[in-house]
Design a protein around this ligand. Sequence first.
Ligand code: PA5
Length: 450
Amino acid sequence: MSLLNLDLSKIGQTVPMQRVLSHSASATNHLKALYEGTGKGNDFLGWVKLPASIDEDILSRIEAVAEFYRKNTEIVVVVGIGGSYLGAKCVLEALSDNFWQMKDQSAPKILFAGQNLSEDYLAELTELLDHKKYGVVVISKSGTTTEPAVAFRILKNHLEQKIGKASARQHIVAITDEQRGALRTMATQEGYQTFVIPDNVGGRYSVLTPVGLVPIAAAGFGIRALVQGAREMQQATGPDVPFEKNPAALYAAARYELYSAGKTTEILVSYQPKLLYVSEWWKQLYGESEGKEHKGIFPASVTFTADLHSMGQYIQEGLRNIFETVISVRDSKHQVSIPSDPDNLDTLNFLSGKRLTEVNRMAELGTMLAHVDGGVPNIRIEIDALDARNLGRLLYFFEIACGISGYLLGVNPFDQPGVEAYKKNMFALLDKPGFEEESRKVKARLLDSE
Ligand code: PA5
């Protein structure tokens, strides 16, 4: 059984396989460094062996919270941003019915907040919550990030007004650092149930901690299958697996070679709308991990075939600095065949009896060949199905490959110093205490440009 099928045969026109294989020693050493904690950012490597170490106690506690929400709420609002948002969001979108918002389900519906500062978004959310039984899961590792902190203040206030302070406390779960941060202080003071984000796991690598697992369980999905899949992938990509058999090391080496050959943008392609947020999660993972020191592949994404009718032209004939990584899902969950039509006015009878999966697959293979012919190398990653186990495998695969990729590039894949720049200016503009000098300077600059 292969956990995931990595096909590098369509990058050969740009990068011969020998070049990828030449990274055998370096990629293996970087993987060992991730396991042994001898590389850059080694205080943030808790995610590497995480799948194998998630214990029964934590899984049971998470399932108990999910059960409470299932019995007592119709909606759970998950508050968080970046790594405290995208992991849960991507798993939920990938596993849910495409039309879950419109269908009844036994588990509560999961909505998100704190991932933007839109006034309309929160106004419309609280308007909906006025008429619903709901709970709040607030997630912030630092406990001080502005967007989720603002959203949580508003939702906490709303919930307390709606069901009273004592009951609101029971409906709120906080996921944060064990000791530090305003959210930890608030949770202790208010007596919220809490889960810990391990100190040594950064936000974008945290999907298999309570950050991802609590919302996923609250939505009624099997976190054990997700964890099992991740464990399997941990084994299949460990430091003892030979380089030529290690899909994560091969993917990292192939990306590095493509980048060195001038392919500075990687487009993650999928043919399933449910994978849209896997792409968003992947973009954060790779963008925030590699984009530093004026280096790094720019991560982009498309959903085909929809985007073939918008971005297809550029990919086929635009600037030749791109390569694609296609996620292909072999089996669909449902079966829909194209009916025969005696009149055949739409001339589609050549498709009669064919499953949509087959048509989608031919679109995928045809597009791959066209793009390769157009000078866009293609990496292809095939998974068996879009279920929790395969998703767990895929997410861990991308995480471990990202760690190796960052080390191949020579950067620290586990920090994000550049994220602070906007915050400084925003706080200055909002007159946050302590930012007086910055405030004066930033406001003067804005006036200058008027
Ligand atoms: O990956 C990261 O570290 C970031 O994206 C953070 O997750 C994001 O900024 C949110 O931070 P926090 O969880 O501290 O609120």
